[in-house]
Design a protein around this ligand. Structure first.
Ligand code: PHE
Length: 338
């Protein structure tokens, strides 16, 4: 009878995992049919008890090894079957490429233009103190720029704020380094402004600062002409209009010739042919003194521009809010922009 069971086991050929499970329950489960065989040893004549015992043990071992072998067999068969179901000729899932954000693209473009003439990038903190953002930059206590309405102060603080311009980087760099200084400082700035198509409470600027012996207004003008032509095309001209900033003297605002204009006129330059792109000037000697630089020995120029403004001109975007909404239908249009 035991030999018969062993033969059954050896011949059994489960076709799938369910049948294999039946095999396991029958021969190896908690109520398997081999269990009662040991009990039957009582009925076996004494001289055969030993052989019988060994035979029953052998039946158990056969059950175990047969089960293990069958399992491996069925599993690898299942693997092969599913591999055959793979259609290796099917087209792959498309790898969707993203696009650089127009602010990043413009940021990089500006930085590269200035790097080519020896400016190095300086990045600084967005949470600034009053001194670096205002005092060092020659902005008096009662200056309107300090107004609570323009500046975001940190909660319960009168001296810590979100920087309102990247000019704070000028102060940080000059305090730590003696001339020659030639830096370009891109970064995020904040102002408590009502958000509209033209203005946002959070935007980006690039600051430029050059301090050395005998730096002149002519150097400023030539540097900015170079920038304007690299940025907006070789046919671009610039125009400097007198202006005022507390930290530069003299100060100017720079316009570039409008390249969007056509015969019908243009809503970018309002038919004037000129668009304002940045503020600039010769660093006020008082700023140099505030930051530990000798104004008798050194002079310099500084400029600051909004990155959004350049991006909007470059890509003809008519609403600044588009730059912060992250609508993919908008962002996807910049896939070709490096
Ligand atoms: N900080 C000025 C602004 O935010 C720009 C500027 C920078 C002007 C450097 C002159 C020199 O408008």
């Amino acid at each position: 009878k035991v030999n018969g069971l062993i033969a059954d086991m050896e011949n059994s050929q489960p076709a799938n995992m369910d049948e294999l499970e039946q095999f396991r329950i029958k021969y190896l489960g908690s109520k398997n049919i081999l269990k009662p065989l040991m009990g039957e040893i009582r009925n076996v004549p004494n001289e055969q008890k030993r052989d019988y015992g060994q035979l029953v043990n052998k039946a158990k071992q056969v059950a175990e090894s047969k089960y293990a072998a069958l399992k491996i067999e069925l599993e690898s068969a299942a693997e092969q079957a599913s591999a055959q179901q793979l259609d290796l000729t099917a087209p792959g899932d498309p790898l969707v490429l993203g696009a650089r954000h127009p602010i990043s693209a413009t940021w990089n473009r500006i930085v590269r233009i200035f790097e080519r003439i020896g400016f190095v990038v300086a990045e600084e903190r967005e949470i600034e103190d009053d001194w670096h953002n205002f005092t060092a930059m020659n902005t008096p206590e009662d200056h309107p720029a300090r107004d609570m309405q323009d500046t975001y102060y940190l909660k319960d603080s009168t001296s810590m704020l979100l920087r309102t311009h990247t000019s704070s980087v000028q102060a940080r760099v000059m305090k730590n380094q003696q001339p020659p200084i030639r830096i370009i400082a891109p970064g995020r700035v904040y102002r408590n402004e009502t958000i509209s198509a033209r203005a946002h409470a959070q935007f980006h600027q690039v600051e430029g600062l050059y301090i050395d012996e005998k730096v002149s207004f002519a150097d400023l003008k030539q540097t900015l002409l170079y920038f304007a032509r690299e940025m907006y095309g070789p046919q671009t001209d610039i125009r400097l209009r007198p202006s005022y900033f507390p930290f530069t003297e003299p100060s100017a605002e720079m316009d570039v010739t409008c390249f969007i204009c056509n015969a019908k006129g243009c809503n970018v330059c309002k038919y004037t042919g000129w668009v304002e792109i940045l503020g600039c000037g010769m660093v006020d000697p008082q700023v140099l003194i505030n930051c530990g630089i000798d104004p008798e020995k050194y002079s310099g120029f500084a400029f600051g521009m909004g990155i959004e403004r350049q991006a909007m001109l470059l890509y003809q975007i008519n609403d600044i809010r588009l730059l912060f909404e992250n609508d993919v239908r908008f962002l996807e249009q910049f896939k070709a922009v490096l």
